[in-house]
Design a binder for this molecule. Structure first.
Ligand code: HEC
Ligand code: HEC
Ligand code: HEC
Ligand code: HEC
Ligand code: HEC
Ligand code: HEC
Ligand code: HEC
Ligand code: HEC
Ligand code: HEC
Ligand code: HEC
Length: 344
């Protein structure tokens, strides 16, 4: 016997009506919709309980069983199916908490069962087929799809979702999240990048360059630096500034230093790329060019001299030209009493 067959509907009818009404009211009106969770005290609207299937998931899995093409039943292995947690879909409207009022209504249900499908069928008095689908196959605007999720997920990390890069560009929750699976790939560091690369091809190329942040090996995920649901910076960084984001893992670069190197405390990306580079240590350029963007070699005490004692004029006239860092090894700042020239 499958566990999914035994989902009796235990809510007393009055409570059921209320719950139904609350959710129907909160759900499909778009991203601003709704209360924080099912059963909150938002004003109930007069929506008939008949809009929803009386038997919840049992109605749906009559047809969407283990033989159907789409692996619907794997949802029972996820947190969404924890009936003991009153906030979850399966403690309430079940499938229809996300998919919207479904094949409820005796007439429609009969029709659906006779046809073996509800797809494309319009309920009496309605203009469109009842079930909301998600992702590329959906007929609904992204705001309606996301509204279904935001009924329950407005808090936490979604507080800054509205107006964030993904929301503003009509990216749906379902284009990153897979719901009918035991392990949603986007949550897992190892499988996450591939989800992002569906849309972010340039970033994929960067992470395959010889020097890179090791997301390919699951050592860190995109979401260790990015607040994908929205955040303070335009590039969705996890911390209020770029450098703060870097310090979460590279705390030794934070200082305070006795002798600061101003570009390092200002913006790590003056010298580093965040994702990947063809140069070692994620550098944007190699020294000396890297350093010479800001430091002219003229007057440098170690510039090679001609026999007359004048600077040689050779553009790479430094002793050990390529290796500014051979002498100035403390490019991120120095705490040595005599480290003013960042040499120790
Ligand atoms: C009478 C059988 C039957 C019942 C009952 C049924 N479905 Fe379906 N449903 C189908 C068939 C057939 C399809 C089309 C083939 C497919 O995608 O599996 C479908 C498609 C879907 C789709 C994709 C819709 C689309 O427009 O592409 C969703 C989502 C869905 N069903 C959800 C539900 C939910 C939720 C319930 C319960 C409220 C439910 N179904 C009840 C037979 C049924
Ligand atoms: C937490 C929200 C949620 C719940 C609860 C939920 N679904 Fe879904 N369902 C989705 C999303 C999102 C998709 C799009 C594909 C994906 O993410 O897996 C989907 C896809 C589907 C599809 C495939 C449609 C297609 O494009 O072929 C069917 C069928 C379906 N759901 C049926 C059900 C049934 C039956 C239940 C109850 C047993 C259910 N869903 C419960 C969110 C949900
Ligand atoms: C009826 C309320 C409800 C709806 C609707 C709902 N969720 Fe959830 N969701 C929950 C609850 C409750 C949890 C468990 C939270 C926890 O354990 O802290 C959860 C967990 C999750 C998780 C985390 C899963 C994990 O393994 O950690 C994701 C991702 C998620 N939901 C995405 C979605 C998306 C996308 C939709 C819309 C397609 C959606 N949810 C619709 C209530 C809901
Ligand atoms: C750009 C991809 C992307 C989009 C779009 C997206 N998510 Fe997520 N989501 C993630 C990633 C990555 C994680 C895991 C890391 C984290 O928590 O930030 C996650 C985690 C979650 C979690 C579980 C942890 C938590 O933050 O509570 C929930 C719930 C969730 N998302 C809901 C949603 C909802 C609802 C939407 C749509 C409004 C959505 N997500 C849109 C990528 C996305
Ligand atoms: C369905 C396509 C899609 C997916 C999947 C997706 N994104 Fe995006 N992302 C976009 C779009 C569209 C934008 C806004 C336009 C732009 O700036 O490229 C965006 C913007 C961003 C930005 C801000 C860029 C900027 O210039 O401000 C970051 C960071 C980002 N996405 C990271 C991620 C991460 C991390 C993931 C995976 C967890 C992900 N995205 C998954 C489509 C997607
Ligand atoms: C080590 C931290 C870190 C990791 C890991 C990371 N990013 Fe970024 N990402 C950044 C920083 C920092 C920026 C901003 C660069 C800037 O403002 O110049 C950025 C910028 C972006 C942008 C905007 C690019 C642009 O040109 O505007 C996108 C899109 C993006 N990241 C996607 C991703 C994706 C997808 C992943 C995972 C595959 C990822 N990032 C992993 C730090 C990171
Ligand atoms: C979530 C943790 C994390 C964050 C945040 C982070 N890094 Fe890293 N960084 C790593 C890991 C892991 C490595 C791999 C080397 C190692 O094992 O120490 C690394 C390596 C590096 C390297 C050396 C690469 C090489 O090939 O030698 C540089 C440079 C670097 N990070 C710069 C940055 C910058 C700049 C930022 C902010 C945009 C940043 N990191 C944010 C984890 C992080
Ligand atoms: C002025 C240019 C410059 C700036 C700005 C800069 N770095 Fe670096 N960084 C370098 C150079 C050059 C190397 C390679 C050092 C070497 O070859 O010994 C390096 C190496 C690294 C490394 C790997 C070796 C190590 O020392 O652990 C990390 C991690 C790193 N930088 C992080 C950061 C972070 C985080 C920031 C911002 C707070 C930052 N860098 C700002 C020039 C810079
Ligand atoms: C984005 C511009 C920038 C880059 C790139 C840069 N620096 Fe600097 N550097 C500065 C500034 C600004 C100061 C402080 C101004 C001053 O005191 O002359 C400074 C100070 C220094 C000092 C101490 C000077 C003194 O008089 O105390 C040394 C040594 C130094 N940088 C070496 C390097 C090396 C080596 C590199 C390459 C790895 C490098 N810098 C890359 C901007 C830069
Ligand atoms: C052979 C060692 C050596 C190399 C290589 C080297 N420097 Fe220096 N640098 C010095 C010494 C020594 C000083 C002077 C220290 C002092 O006056 O106390 C100095 C001083 C500086 C200063 C401070 C300027 C001033 O007038 O005091 C800057 C900036 C600087 N170097 C940048 C660079 C850059 C950029 C490179 C690579 C293109 C580089 N150095 C390569 C040894 C070196």
């Amino acid at each position: 016997m499958r566990k999914t067959r035994s989902l009796p509907f235990v809510l007393p009818p009055l409570l059921w009506c209320l719950l139904t009404a609350v959710i129907a009211h909160a759900a499909p009106t778009g991203e601003s919709a709704g209360a924080d969770k099912a059963g909150s005290d938002a004003a109930p609207a007069a929506v008939s309980a008949l809009e929803y299937s009386k038997k919840g998931a049992d109605t749906c899995i009559k047809c969407h069983d283990e033989d159907s093409e789409y692996p619907v039943l794997d949802i029972f292995k996820t947190k969404h199916a924890m009936k003991a947690d009153s906030r979850t879909p399966f403690a309430g409207l079940q499938c229809e908490a996300c998919h919207g009022p479904g094949v409820g209504g005796a007439l429609f249900m009969e029709q659906a069962l006779r046809n073996g499908s509800h797809v494309g069928k319009v309920r009496p008095g309605e203009k469109r087929p009842p079930i909301i689908n998600f992702g590329p196959k959906s007929d609904e605007p992204v705001s309606v799809q996301n509204g279904m999720c935001l009924q329950c997920h407005q808090g936490n990390h979604r507080i800054e979702w509205q107006g964030s890069a993904h929301q503003a560009n009509d990216v749906s929750c379902a284009s990153c999240h897979t719901i009918h699976t035991a392990h949603d790939p986007v949550i897992d560091r190892v499988t996450q990048p591939d989800v992002c690369y569906k849309c972010h091809l340039k970033e994929r190329a960067d992470f395959f360059k010889p020097s890179n942040h090791p997301v390919r090996f699951g050592q860190l995920g995109c979401s260790d630096c990015h607040a994908v649901h929205g955040g303070g910076t335009s590039t969705l960084l996890l911390r209020p500034t770029l450098n703060e984001t870097c310090y979460t893992c590279h705390a030794d670069k934070r200082g305070p230093f006795l002798w600061e190197h101003p570009p390092a405390s200002e913006d790590c990306t003056l010298c580093h790329t965040p994702h990947g580079s063809i140069h070692p240590a994620l550098l944007t350029k190699l020294p000396p060019l890297l350093c010479q963007q800001c430091h002219s070699q003229l007057g440098h005490p170690s510039v090679a001299r001609t026999t007359q004692g004048l600077p040689s004029g050779n553009p790479s006239g430094f002793l050990l030209a390529g290796s500014c860092t051979n002498c100035h090894s403390q490019v991120h700042g120095s705490n040595h009493p005599s480290g003013v020239k960042l040499m120790r």
